[in-house]
Design a protein. Structure first.
Length: 277
């Protein structure tokens, strides 16, 4: 019997399979402890948190999880109430649903709740997954809105602080499904110290705790690496003027591919790494 891989953090591009093989959700279930897991669902990004919470409760219950908590936090700083902190302490896995990433950020930023999640991720006693809006908040900076289908420009993307769970990243989701390449490039022009990752629907960047992530699911993950960027006109351009980005490195990764986001190289498991081909 093959032992499932343990993924401490799973960043999902939205619309993950909930009725078929449920590959991404099954990997979260196993990483959190399988049938012995205590899974906490945080549906706070949604305008229908009760509906969303119950949907995921049903899914994880069907997989065999015995203990599932819906942490239905509906107001800023409510997450620091004793009842929610006690439930969080009992969880082996926390799942952040989709919805509005600004709403989710406003509810838990600067809280003991968030600090506890980060501390437990650091010591390896918690698994965290976020889908759609729950993925967008993962970086130190996040995309809070914008448009699609145009050339990169400043007006194409709205940016704000994120939750800083993986500070190096700037995440966009529903990526090719909603034609968001130009949006992510615009975001990276604004923050060239970050690594852009655009995640398609039913696709996941499954972080392994060693500085790498594995691509899981039916779509692609597009990595935009500005480390060798030699020029951008971002600072001097008008809001709707096209942006220049010279020497931007782009990778398109699919199921089973691995990427080292610390060293910024594509990895081949049997060889360790490949950087140019």
């Amino acid at each position: 019997m093959v032992t499932p891989t343990h993924y401490p953090i799973m960043v999902i591009g939205g619309a993950e399979d909930k009725v078929g093989q449920r590959i991404i959700l099954s990997n979260f279930f196993h990483s959190a402890g399988g049938k012995q897991a205590t899974i906490g669902i945080v549906p706070s990004a949604s305008q229908e948190p009760s509906v969303v919470g119950e949907r995921y409760r049903s899914i994880f219950s069907q997989m065999g999880t015995q203990t599932i908590q819906v942490l239905d936090i509906r107001r800023p700083h409510e997450c620091d109430q004793d009842r929610w902190l006690e439930l969080l302490d009992s969880c082996t896995g926390v799942f952040l649903s989709g919805g509005d990433q600004v709403r989710l950020f406003e509810f838990i930023q600067g809280s003991t709740f968030l600090t506890t999640i980060k501390k437990r991720l650091h010591v390896g006693t918690l698994v965290l997954a976020g889908t759609s809006a729950g993925a967008a908040v993962m970086g130190e900076k996040m995309i809070s809105g914008g448009s699609s289908g145009e050339s990169p420009n400043r007006s194409l993307v709205d940016l704000m602080d994120g939750l800083g769970i993986i500070p190096e990243l700037l995440v966009d989701q529903h990526f090719h499904n909603r034609n968001r390449m130009a949006r992510l490039m615009s975001a990276i022009a604004a923050h060239p110290d970050k690594l852009g990752i655009g995640i398609d629907e039913d696709t996941c960047a499954a972080f392994k705790g060693d500085g790498t992530f594995e691509v899981m699911g039916k779509g692609s993950i597009t990595v935009i690496d500005p480390r060798e960027l030699t020029h951008t006109n971002y600072r001097g351009s008008g809001d709707t003027s096209p942006l220049s980005l010279h020497d931007l490195r782009v990778h398109v990764l699919n199921q089973g591919d691995h990427y080292d986001y610390k060293r910024r190289v594509v990895c081949v498991p049997s060889l360790g790494r490949v950087s140019k081909y």
